[in-house]
Ligand binder design. Structure first.
Ligand SMILES: [Zn+2]
Length: 472
């Protein structure tokens, strides 16, 4: 049996605008007292009139452009019949016929995944089920939401994960959303079916309630296996057009039937009569495009051209905050050695420090001159000392050279001083000298004695060379 999974992804992204989509209520709803950010518009009270959030519309277009979409200069909103109590007016304002952005793509490795659309809509409130009752919190009702719909071009759970990760990076780079799957500001609904032997298609399933990247992968893999097994068992499903919605149970690690999917007609779309059509001039779209920074792939390319390793380039480019920190420290210099030096410090000691302290990287704590000073003085400092000094610089804004002097971290590289010390050690440790003459590895002991005598300030490499010369 030849099995070809067919996977599409519908992704909802909450925009982090200050206010909601159609009213001036705060769009902030995470850890907020229930129903405190509401008004007649987002509660759907009769007579309340929606006014579109200009920033949200522009950000939707910005996101569309970052995803290589064409922009519909003339667009309008529609009402979509909505069946649940968490959207009080009984319909959702969304876009069907003229979404802001259409026909884009995202390249995952070298596979081009087509994007059908990115349209603007509003989020629903939250239903909270407690002690047999359903409570409603409308703080999220009306928060700007962009829906990004891919074509079913993905062929595995791993590829879906890569697509989502890349989408998340792009969204964070352009700064329109936190795109946090765990917190719900990015939500993914995979659609899955399977083509068998290039002839039969299992019925399409849309999976809901997936709350993590791992969940997306597990749900897709489970669904592929379930559909193939069901097909093998009763073959009744072949070429059926029956679509269903299944929920994801992350505890049992399986999907379960929720409902047969409503046809588009059930949504009874019609143009939103309270909002006039929206037009964006070509010049305006161009202005929005100009605000898009270099995106992760372009950053990766830029870092590789600076001579950074693949691993360093990936680590820096996949997180916009780290990329910004690196760019700040680099301060427009193009010297490959300096770039590598900076990347090592940011991906090494600084990243470790942040992980251990559970902190996000703060660009204000990156001092370009400190990186430069350390780079220029790396011959006089051990790698351990450099790590310590850059952490002190990051955490406490301590000037590295002054700090190195205070902490006595400069290595003595003065040959005469070290030679004098080495001669004393040779005179006082005849047994060690004898050992060295039998076994060159025993030089470690002599170098150790010199480090001790210099209170750790000797350059160990130089010390070794001096002993080798004196004992030849
Ligand atoms: Zn409101």
């Amino acid at each position: 049996m030849k099995i070809t999974p067919i996977i599409g992804l519908e992704v909802h992204v909450e925009l982090k605008t200050k206010s909601k989509m159609f009213c001036s209520c705060s769009a902030h709803h995470f850890h907020v007292k229930a129903n405190t950010h509401t008004c007649p518009v987002c509660l759907g009270l009769p007579g309340a009139l929606p006014v579109p959030n200009k920033t949200a519309c522009e950000w939707c277009i910005k996101l569309g452009l970052a995803l290589n979409c064409s922009i519909n200069q003339d667009s309008f909103f529609e009402r979509k019949n909505y069946f649940y109590p968490d959207l009080a007016k009984g319909y959702q304002i969304t876009q069907l016929q003229k979404p802001f952005a259409i026909n884009g793509y995202l390249d995952v490795d070298s596979h081009r995944i087509r994007i059908n659309r990115a349209h603007m809509e509003e989020d629903t409130g939250k239903s909270i089920h407690e002690n047999g009752a359903t409570l409603l919190d409308f703080n999220r009702s009306g928060v700007p939401l962009v829906e990004i719909v891919s074509e079913p071009d993905l062929t595995s759970a791993e590829e879906a994960k890569k697509y989502l990760t890349k989408l998340q990076q792009i969204i964070r780079y352009i700064g329109v959303s936190d795109a946090d799957i765990e917190k719900g500001s990015m939500r993914c609904e995979p659609t899955v079916n399977v083509c068998i032997d290039d002839r039969f298609y299992t019925p399409l399933v849309e999976i809901k309630n997936v709350a993590s990247l791992t969940g997306v992968m597990n749900a897709i893999n489970f669904e592929i296996k379930r559909q193939v097994e069901k097909f093998a068992k009763d073959k009744i499903e072949k070429n059926s057009s029956n679509k269903t919605t299944r929920g994801w149970d992350a505890v049992k690690n399986q999907t379960f039937l929720q409902r047969s999917k409503e046809g588009s007609a059930d949504y009874r779309y019609f143009p939103e009569p309270d909002i006039p059509p929206i037009s964006f001039s070509a010049a305006k779209i161009q202005n929005i495009k100009a605000t898009i920074p270099l995106l992760p792939d372009q950053k990766l390319d830029q870092y590789q051209k600076l001579g950074l390793s693949d691993a360093d380039s990936q680590l820096l480019s996949r997180n916009p905050s780290f990329a910004a920190a690196f760019d700040t420290a680099l301060d427009h210099k193009t010297d490959n050695d300096f770039a590598k030096f900076v990347a090592n410090l940011i991906n090494g000691p600084i990243r470790t420090f942040l992980n251990e302290s559970k902190l996000e990287i703060d660009i204000n704590s990156i001092h370009p001159t400190h990186f430069q000073d350390l780079f220029e003085n790396q011959d006089r400092l051990s790698s351990t000392a450099i790590k310590e000094l850059i952490i002190d610089s990051y955490r406490d804004n301590l000037e590295p050279l002054e700090n190195a002097k205070n902490k006595n971290l400069f290595q003595v590289s003065d040959v005469n001083t070290l030679e004098t010390l080495a001669k004393e050690i040779i005179d006082t440790h005849p047994k060690a000298v004898e050992d060295y003459q039998k076994n060159p590895a025993a030089i470690g002991f002599l170098v150790g004695q010199l480090m001790k005598a210099s209170q750790g300030s000797a350059n160990p490499q130089l010390a070794k060379e001096i002993f080798e010369k004196l004992l030849k």
